[in-house]
Ligand binder design. Sequence first.
Ligand SMILES: Cc1cc2nc3c(=O)[nH]c(=O)nc-3n(C[C@H](O)[C@H](O)[C@H](O)COP(=O)(O)O)c2cc1C
Length: 183
Amino acid sequence: MGHVLVQYHSESGHTQEMAVLVAEGAAQVPGIEVRLKPLDECTVADVQWCDGIALGAPTHLGLVPWRVKQWWDGIIEPAWGKIDGKIGCAFSSAGGLGGGAELACMSILTILMNFGLLVFGVTDYVAPRTTLHYGVALPGRPKTRAEKDLCLRLGRRLAEWVSFYVDGIEASHPRNAGYARFP
Ligand SMILES: Cc1cc2nc3c(=O)[nH]c(=O)nc-3n(C[C@H](O)[C@H](O)[C@H](O)COP(=O)(O)O)c2cc1C
Protein backbone atom coordinates (compact mmCIF):
# COMPACT_ATOMS: atom_id res chain seq x y z
CA MET A 1 0.00 0.00 0.00
CA GLY A 2 1.42 3.40 -1.02
CA HIS A 3 1.59 6.24 1.49
CA VAL A 4 0.89 9.90 0.72
CA LEU A 5 1.60 12.76 3.12
CA VAL A 6 -0.06 16.14 2.60
CA GLN A 7 1.96 18.57 4.71
CA TYR A 8 0.86 22.20 4.84
CA HIS A 9 1.49 25.51 6.53
CA SER A 10 -1.35 28.03 6.64
CA GLU A 11 -1.86 31.26 8.57
CA SER A 12 -5.37 32.33 7.57
CA GLY A 13 -6.75 29.00 6.35
CA HIS A 14 -6.46 29.32 2.56
CA THR A 15 -3.67 26.80 2.07
CA GLN A 16 -5.34 24.54 4.60
CA GLU A 17 -8.48 24.42 2.44
CA MET A 18 -6.29 23.52 -0.53
CA ALA A 19 -4.59 20.81 1.52
CA VAL A 20 -7.90 19.18 2.45
CA LEU A 21 -8.77 18.93 -1.24
CA VAL A 22 -5.31 17.64 -2.20
CA ALA A 23 -5.71 14.90 0.42
CA GLU A 24 -9.20 14.11 -0.89
CA GLY A 25 -7.81 13.77 -4.41
CA ALA A 26 -5.07 11.43 -3.24
CA ALA A 27 -7.64 9.26 -1.47
CA GLN A 28 -9.46 8.74 -4.79
CA VAL A 29 -6.75 6.29 -5.85
CA PRO A 30 -7.39 2.75 -4.55
CA GLY A 31 -4.80 1.32 -2.19
CA ILE A 32 -3.33 4.66 -1.11
CA GLU A 33 -3.19 5.66 2.56
CA VAL A 34 -3.23 9.41 3.14
CA ARG A 35 -2.03 11.54 6.06
CA LEU A 36 -3.06 15.21 6.18
CA LYS A 37 -0.96 17.21 8.64
CA PRO A 38 -0.14 20.83 9.43
CA LEU A 39 3.56 21.56 9.47
CA ASP A 40 3.81 22.00 13.23
CA GLU A 41 2.25 18.57 13.85
CA CYS A 42 4.53 16.82 11.36
CA THR A 43 7.57 14.86 12.46
CA VAL A 44 10.45 13.43 10.50
CA ALA A 45 8.73 10.06 10.95
CA ASP A 46 5.84 11.28 8.76
CA VAL A 47 8.27 12.11 5.98
CA GLN A 48 10.03 8.78 6.34
CA TRP A 49 6.66 6.98 6.34
CA CYS A 50 5.43 8.45 3.06
CA ASP A 51 6.23 7.46 -0.50
CA GLY A 52 4.93 10.75 -1.86
CA ILE A 53 4.53 14.21 -0.35
CA ALA A 54 2.43 17.22 -1.38
CA LEU A 55 3.87 20.25 0.40
CA GLY A 56 1.70 23.37 0.54
CA ALA A 57 2.32 26.86 1.92
CA PRO A 58 1.17 30.44 1.43
CA THR A 59 3.28 32.64 -0.80
CA HIS A 60 5.41 34.97 1.34
CA LEU A 61 7.44 37.57 -0.58
CA GLY A 62 7.27 35.28 -3.60
CA LEU A 63 8.88 32.49 -1.62
CA VAL A 64 8.15 29.76 0.85
CA PRO A 65 7.40 31.11 4.38
CA TRP A 66 10.38 31.00 6.73
CA ARG A 67 8.63 28.51 9.00
CA VAL A 68 8.56 25.93 6.22
CA LYS A 69 12.24 26.51 5.48
CA GLN A 70 13.00 26.26 9.20
CA TRP A 71 11.11 22.97 9.52
CA TRP A 72 12.95 21.37 6.60
CA ASP A 73 16.29 22.84 7.76
CA GLY A 74 15.59 21.14 11.05
CA ILE A 75 15.32 17.63 9.64
CA ILE A 76 18.54 17.69 7.64
CA GLU A 77 20.39 15.60 10.20
CA PRO A 78 17.87 12.74 10.41
CA ALA A 79 16.55 12.86 6.84
CA TRP A 80 19.01 14.29 4.32
CA GLY A 81 20.43 11.52 2.16
CA LYS A 82 17.83 9.08 3.50
CA ILE A 83 14.59 10.03 1.73
CA ASP A 84 15.86 10.16 -1.86
CA GLY A 85 13.47 8.86 -4.49
CA LYS A 86 10.23 9.77 -2.79
CA ILE A 87 7.84 11.69 -5.05
CA GLY A 88 7.05 15.35 -4.38
CA CYS A 89 4.80 18.17 -5.54
CA ALA A 90 3.77 21.66 -4.42
CA PHE A 91 0.82 23.97 -3.88
CA SER A 92 0.57 27.56 -2.74
CA SER A 93 -2.00 30.26 -2.01
CA ALA A 94 -1.08 33.89 -2.69
CA GLY A 95 -2.82 37.20 -2.15
CA GLY A 96 -3.59 37.57 -5.84
CA LEU A 97 -2.92 36.43 -9.38
CA GLY A 98 0.64 37.34 -10.28
CA GLY A 99 1.62 37.53 -6.59
CA GLY A 100 4.25 34.81 -6.95
CA ALA A 101 2.42 31.58 -6.11
CA GLU A 102 4.22 29.71 -8.88
CA LEU A 103 7.52 31.06 -7.56
CA ALA A 104 6.59 29.81 -4.11
CA CYS A 105 5.80 26.40 -5.64
CA MET A 106 9.24 26.46 -7.21
CA SER A 107 10.87 27.23 -3.87
CA ILE A 108 8.97 24.31 -2.33
CA LEU A 109 10.13 22.07 -5.16
CA THR A 110 13.70 23.30 -4.65
CA ILE A 111 13.61 22.15 -1.02
CA LEU A 112 12.22 18.75 -1.98
CA MET A 113 14.77 18.35 -4.78
CA ASN A 114 17.58 19.17 -2.35
CA PHE A 115 16.44 16.22 -0.25
CA GLY A 116 16.60 14.00 -3.34
CA LEU A 117 12.90 13.78 -4.04
CA LEU A 118 11.59 13.25 -7.57
CA VAL A 119 9.34 16.25 -8.20
CA PHE A 120 6.71 16.63 -10.88
CA GLY A 121 4.37 19.03 -12.61
CA VAL A 122 1.05 18.32 -14.24
CA THR A 123 0.18 18.96 -17.90
CA ASP A 124 -3.59 18.55 -17.46
CA TYR A 125 -6.15 21.30 -17.89
CA VAL A 126 -9.02 20.82 -15.43
CA ALA A 127 -11.02 23.55 -17.24
CA PRO A 128 -10.29 25.97 -20.08
CA ARG A 129 -7.22 28.13 -19.22
CA THR A 130 -6.85 26.36 -15.86
CA THR A 131 -3.80 24.20 -15.30
CA LEU A 132 -1.17 23.25 -12.72
CA HIS A 133 2.11 22.86 -14.58
CA TYR A 134 4.27 23.68 -11.52
CA GLY A 135 1.78 22.66 -8.84
CA VAL A 136 -1.39 24.45 -7.78
CA ALA A 137 -1.00 28.24 -7.60
CA LEU A 138 -4.16 29.99 -6.41
CA PRO A 139 -5.22 33.48 -5.37
CA GLY A 140 -6.77 33.14 -1.90
CA ARG A 141 -8.76 30.02 -1.09
CA PRO A 142 -10.15 27.52 -3.60
CA LYS A 143 -13.57 28.96 -4.45
CA THR A 144 -14.67 27.92 -7.93
CA ARG A 145 -15.25 24.38 -9.18
CA ALA A 146 -12.13 24.68 -11.35
CA GLU A 147 -9.96 25.88 -8.44
CA LYS A 148 -11.13 22.97 -6.31
CA ASP A 149 -10.52 20.57 -9.19
CA LEU A 150 -6.91 21.80 -9.44
CA CYS A 151 -6.28 20.75 -5.84
CA LEU A 152 -8.06 17.43 -6.26
CA ARG A 153 -6.08 16.75 -9.42
CA LEU A 154 -2.72 17.42 -7.77
CA GLY A 155 -3.43 14.99 -4.95
CA ARG A 156 -4.81 12.40 -7.31
CA ARG A 157 -1.79 12.67 -9.58
CA LEU A 158 0.61 12.27 -6.66
CA ALA A 159 -1.24 9.14 -5.55
CA GLU A 160 -1.30 7.82 -9.11
CA TRP A 161 2.47 8.19 -9.42
CA VAL A 162 2.98 6.50 -6.04
CA SER A 163 0.66 3.67 -7.05
CA PHE A 164 2.38 3.28 -10.44
CA TYR A 165 6.03 3.68 -9.45
CA VAL A 166 6.03 2.40 -5.87
CA ASP A 167 3.28 -0.21 -5.88
CA GLY A 168 3.79 -1.17 -9.55
CA ILE A 169 0.14 -0.84 -10.54
CA GLU A 170 0.03 -0.19 -14.29
CA ALA A 171 -3.68 0.76 -14.22
CA SER A 172 -2.85 3.77 -12.02
CA HIS A 173 -0.76 5.49 -14.69
CA PRO A 174 -2.59 8.71 -15.68
CA ARG A 175 -2.81 7.52 -19.28
CA ASN A 176 -4.95 4.63 -18.01
CA ALA A 177 -6.85 6.54 -15.34
CA GLY A 178 -9.98 7.07 -17.44
CA TYR A 179 -10.74 10.76 -16.81
CA ALA A 180 -10.51 13.80 -19.03
CA ARG A 181 -7.04 15.34 -18.77
CA PHE A 182 -7.81 18.04 -21.32
CA PRO A 183 -11.55 18.79 -21.12
C1 LIG B 1 4.55 37.85 5.36
C2 LIG B 1 3.60 37.72 4.20
C3 LIG B 1 4.08 37.83 2.93
C4 LIG B 1 3.22 37.71 1.83
N1 LIG B 1 3.72 37.80 0.57
C5 LIG B 1 2.89 37.68 -0.48
C6 LIG B 1 3.41 37.75 -1.81
O1 LIG B 1 4.62 37.88 -2.04
N2 LIG B 1 2.53 37.67 -2.83
C7 LIG B 1 1.19 37.52 -2.63
O2 LIG B 1 0.42 37.44 -3.61
N3 LIG B 1 0.67 37.42 -1.37
C8 LIG B 1 1.50 37.48 -0.31
N4 LIG B 1 0.99 37.35 0.95
C9 LIG B 1 -0.43 37.02 1.11
C10 LIG B 1 -0.67 35.51 1.33
O3 LIG B 1 0.09 34.74 0.44
C11 LIG B 1 -2.14 35.18 1.11
O4 LIG B 1 -2.94 35.93 2.00
C12 LIG B 1 -2.46 33.68 1.27
O5 LIG B 1 -3.73 33.43 0.71
C13 LIG B 1 -2.45 33.26 2.72
O6 LIG B 1 -2.62 31.86 2.79
P1 LIG B 1 -2.92 31.15 4.19
O7 LIG B 1 -4.32 31.54 4.58
O8 LIG B 1 -2.81 29.70 3.92
O9 LIG B 1 -1.90 31.64 5.17
C14 LIG B 1 1.83 37.48 2.04
C15 LIG B 1 1.35 37.35 3.35
C16 LIG B 1 2.23 37.46 4.42
C17 LIG B 1 1.69 37.32 5.83
